[in-house]
Design a protein around this ligand. Sequence first.
Ligand code: KG4
Ligand code: ZN
Length: 328
Amino acid sequence: MLTLGIETSCDETAAAVVVDGRRIRSNVIASQVPLHRKYGGVVPEIASRRHLELVLPVVAEALEQAEATLVDLGLVAVTVGPGLVGALLVGVSAAKAIAFARGLPLAGVNHLRGHVYANFLQAEVPKFPFVCLVVSGGHTDLIYLGGPGEWEVLGRSRDDAAGEAFDKVARILGLGYPGGPQVEALAHAGDSERIALPRAWLEAGSLDFSFSGLKTAVLQHWRRSPDRAADLAAGFQSAVVDVLVRKTMTAAESRGVSGIALAGGVASNRALREAMAAEAATRGLRVYYPPPELCTDNAAMIAAAGYHAFQRGERAGLDLGAYADLPW
Ligand code: KG4
Ligand code: ZN
């Protein structure tokens, strides 16, 4: 069955066609990054207007690349939140119109669950139960997946999300937006051991995260020695990675799972992927992560998550809404 996925929650207008929730036929992403760059972040109103211009051409392109037409589709899946409401509404309206016009079923997808399902677009997929670390621009969540559709939040950030911390540190160091890839590139030129930065472990046993103290420490060091940006970037990245890896291992062991999955934009960070894989190997755990282009926002993951929800019997009506905040 072919699923058309549509994603417009933030600054990417994306559409994809996926076969049986597993195989990608097309995955089109029109990035608005250049449009928002001069503001140093996403401007919601500009994002909504641009989504409106792009959504139908992007859907048409995804169908064309998949060598499919609307007649071939079996399901339309769309992100309903969390995200920018005005931006989400563009995708939701387009999906509803297509579903109504073709008499197709509709699936409303939680963006975060979409990130997790990027792991199901691989040759080897995680086996339930597993623990997933979802690290994006807005979230740092440790999730236990007991079975299909069974989600439990084990921990989350109490302040900045991991991606947000990368973006803020990029701004402090005078790098561009989005910051994650630029901090990662600069960190390669630095030594993570030279500047000691704090790691917030929080109360014993807590699986929550906190990154705002680390960000402030980076700012203070940078004011004192702005010539050491590369060491600071490396020190910051390694502090974030240390905490993410250790808490994910604790979560996996406390739940007795044998698999760990990574998801979200920060999961494309090489230092994180390598450290997670190395630590997991010493504990006999299996690590899954999507290729970098499926870690950041895309519509293939939305199609995959929508397909699996549909298989479990979930159906959305034409009264489907958009939600800035949406719990797991
Ligand atoms: O999942 P995503 O594309 O969008 C959201 O749902 O938020 O994540 C975007 C976040 C941004 O904060 C970006 O700086 C971060 O992911 N990111 C990275 C890397 N690539 C993207 N952070 C660290 N290292 C990277 N290579
Ligand atoms: Zn995302």
